[in-house]
Design a protein around this ligand. Structure first.
Ligand SMILES: Nc1ncnc2c1ncn2[C@@H]1O[C@H](COP(=O)(O)OP(=O)(O)OP(=O)(O)O)[C@@H](O)[C@H]1O
Ligand SMILES: [Mg+2]
Length: 279
């Protein structure tokens, strides 16, 4: 295994990549010998669907926030299509669905979705109809409610609808389906794939579900923890569309086994969190 595995973007120009090079990040007060991200390098080609998977605390959310332009770093470099992440963020070209849905509590659901679209229109980009978006995530009736009147999974779906509505060039999703029942989750996976194809968006998707990562992705980035490193990049060599027949096929199961094996070796490669050792 190369020390800094990268994926199929190696031969592309930086303007066509989310490019992270030798990037190290330590949080203030964090242990400098175990940075949250340790010399992470990854190429994510434009229009690819890439999943990040790895043990809790391995830096998935941190990497996503760096790419979103919301988090600084100590050394190395991150660019999004040749531009700094902060500039992309200021342009509203990057949509982030955070691990905890950050809805505005004083605005109802419909207005929470419509807000980024106002910004989009000002920037000369069109937007999706908020009611269509709400229907897409199965919340067609709940546009008038306020976030505190929704379940956790419903709030997650509003955050997803809001991000879709921005029509971002890059969509960053941090465990967006984690609080959802299996059927809603599978339906939203299909919606997401349809949107990704229709809008030619680049998606970076964090998940703990091996099956979800394989169903959705072109590449799966397996990370290891303490320090947070890229362990392996696995191309998902399965045709699209990823329909029911494929999802239940031996090829799919073989790919899932490969990802599980990689996760197991990533777990062994990383230091176990102290609190788990203490148990
Ligand atoms: N704001 C912060 N201040 C200090 N340390 C932080 C902060 N945010 C994250 N960390 C630490 O950085 C490391 C990586 O955290 P991160 O949230 O990126 O992990 P993760 O892979 O997303 O985990 P999970 O799967 O549990 O969401 C962890 O050790 C975490 O404790
Ligand atoms: Mg996280």
């Amino acid at each position: 295994m190369t020390p800094f595995p990268t994926n199929s973007g190696e031969s592309r120009p930086a303007s066509d990549l989310i490019r992270v090079r030798d990037l190290t990040k330590t949080y203030a007060g964090g242990d400098p010998s175990r940075p949250a991200l340790d010399r992470v390098s990854i190429d994510i080609p434009r229009r690819h669907f890439v999943s990040l998977i790895g043990p809790s605390g391995c830096g998935k959310s941190t990497l996503l926030r760096v790419i979103a332009g919301l988090e600084g770093y100590d050394s190395g470099e991150a660019t999004v299509f040749g531009t700094s992440p902060k500039a992309m963020c200021a342009n509203k070209a990057v949509g982030l669905v955070p691990q905890t849905p950050a809805l505005l509590p004083w605005k109802n659901v419909r207005r929470n979705i419509a807000l980024p679209q106002k910004v989009n229109r000002r920037a000369g980009r069109g937007g999706e109809d908020p009611d269509d978006l709400l229907r897409m995530v199965g919340l067609g009736e709940l546009g008038h409610r306020y976030p505190h009147e929704l379940s956790g999974g419903q709030q997650q779906r509003v955050a997803i609808a809001r991000a879709f509505g921005m029509r971002p060039e890059v969509l960053l999703m941090d465990e967006p389906f984690s609080a959802l029942d299996e059927f809603t989750r599978e339906s939203l996976q299909l919606q997401l794939l349809a949107m990704w194809e229709r809008m030619a968006t680049t998606v970076v998707f964090v998940t703990h579900s091996v099956r979800e990562a394989v169903t959705l992705s072109d590449e799966i980035v397996v990370m290891s923890a303490r320090p947070g490193r890229i362990h392996e990049v696995l191309p998902v060599d399965l045709p699209r569309p990823r329909d029911t027949a494929l999802v239940n096929s031996p090829r799919m199961h073989a790919m899932e086994d490969r990802v599980r094996a990689s996760l197991e070796s990533a777990w062994q490669a990383g230091a176990a969190p102290d609190d788990l050792v203490a148990l």
